[in-house]
Design a protein around this ligand. Structure first.
Ligand code: PYC
Length: 318
């Protein structure tokens, strides 16, 4: 039997997103959180088929559009990657909005979009850039110390920015594409140590160094859950950084922070204090470009129909 899934690909500051327009799994009408559980438990082969080889790459983030439970929202979206599911995804949300624009479903102005971790507001600006007012972000632990071979003591913060992050403040790193392998190895070691230190939920590690552009405030490197690094400055990672700057009184509400990523592309962020709490609402602005509009083909005679690492036989055995 043959079937197909309509997807639109884009990249945001270099990081790719594949939006599923049609043909994805039907997860019903429950809460988005419960739909993620259903996706994981019953339809996980769609995740590997859509984002990993042979149709995708380990770095791709998928975005399944679905009906929102909050009727003020234009759409719901569930983000996924090579190893599982994400709460929010900043670069991915900018990619989703660019995709909706390409399909004529959104024009200049703002709209609300539901995710499994809350509703975000996206604004499409006249210059083509898109800003995302993310879910509330906050730091849960500061000055956490872990010892890493070859690096020494690493000091940083555990922060929610729509995903769980450890932001390694010290030591600072030289962030450059030439050092990717080394940065991956350091970040992976830090993640082990942080998980062992009582923060098993942390799956993103963010390192910092000097920016390469005079207008940027910082440059980061973000290790994602599936041993891939974010090509963009990471929207949820930048949100986590803003939460730390706010908590430390180093950035005022409304003041801009230019976060450069490993490729030298940047997001411009600022924040607002949340009402009645010491949490912040980060706003991240960047640009995305559509790269493909195509139909993924599924043939059940193809041994790699559901992904190279999930054979048809393995799927049938599930
Ligand atoms: O932009 O938030 C982000 C993100 C998370 C993982 C990859 N990109």
């Amino acid at each position: 039997m043959r079937s197909e899934i309509h997807v639109i690909d884009s990249h945001t500051a270099g990081e790719p997103t594949r939006v599923v327009i049609d043909g994805g799994p039907n997860l019903g009408e429950g809460s988005l959180e419960s739909r993620v559980a259903q996706f994981r438990n019953e339809f996980d082969h769609y995740r590997t088929a859509i984002v990993t080889e042979p149709r995708g790459s380990e770095v791709l983030v998928g975005a399944l559009l679905c009906s929102p439970t909050d009727t003020t929202c234009l759409t719901g979206v569930i983000f996924f990657n090579n190893v599982g599911y994400l709460g929010m995804c900043g670069h991915g949300m900018i990619g989703v909005v660019e995709t909706l624009k390409a399909r004529g479903q959104i024009s200049e102005g703002s709209c609300r979009i539901e995710t499994p971790v809350g509703v975000v507001t996206a604004e499409l600006h006249r210059d083509g850039s898109i800003s995302v007012s993310n879910v509330e972000s906050y730091r849960v632990a500061s000055d956490v110390k872990v010892d890493i071979d070859d690096v020494g003591t690493v000091i940083g913060d555990v922060v929610w920015g729509g995903n769980w992050f450890f932001l390694a403040r010290e030591p600072r790193q030289e962030i450059s594409p030439e050092r990717v392998e080394e940065l991956m190895a350091i970040a992976a070691e830090i993640r082990h140590a942080i998980n062992d230190a009582g923060y098993p939920e942390v799956d993103h590690i963010e390192l910092f160094g000097e920016p390469s552009h005079p207008e940027a405030d910082s440059r980061n490197f973000v290790l994602c859950p599936g041993m891939q690094y974010d090509r963009s400055p990471c929207g949820t990672g930048t949100s986590a950084k803003l939460a730390c700057l706010a908590a430390d009184g180093k950035l005022r509400a409304g003041q801009s922070w230019v976060q450069e990523g490993i490729l030298g592309t940047s997001f411009v962020g600022h924040f607002q204090w949340s009402e009645d709490s010491d949490r912040i609402r980060p706003i991240i602005r960047g640009r995305a470009f559509v790269t493909a509009d195509c139909r993924l083909q599924f043939d059940d005679e193809d041994p790699f129909c559901w992904g190279v690492h999930r054979t048809t036989v393995a799927h049938e055995a599930e």
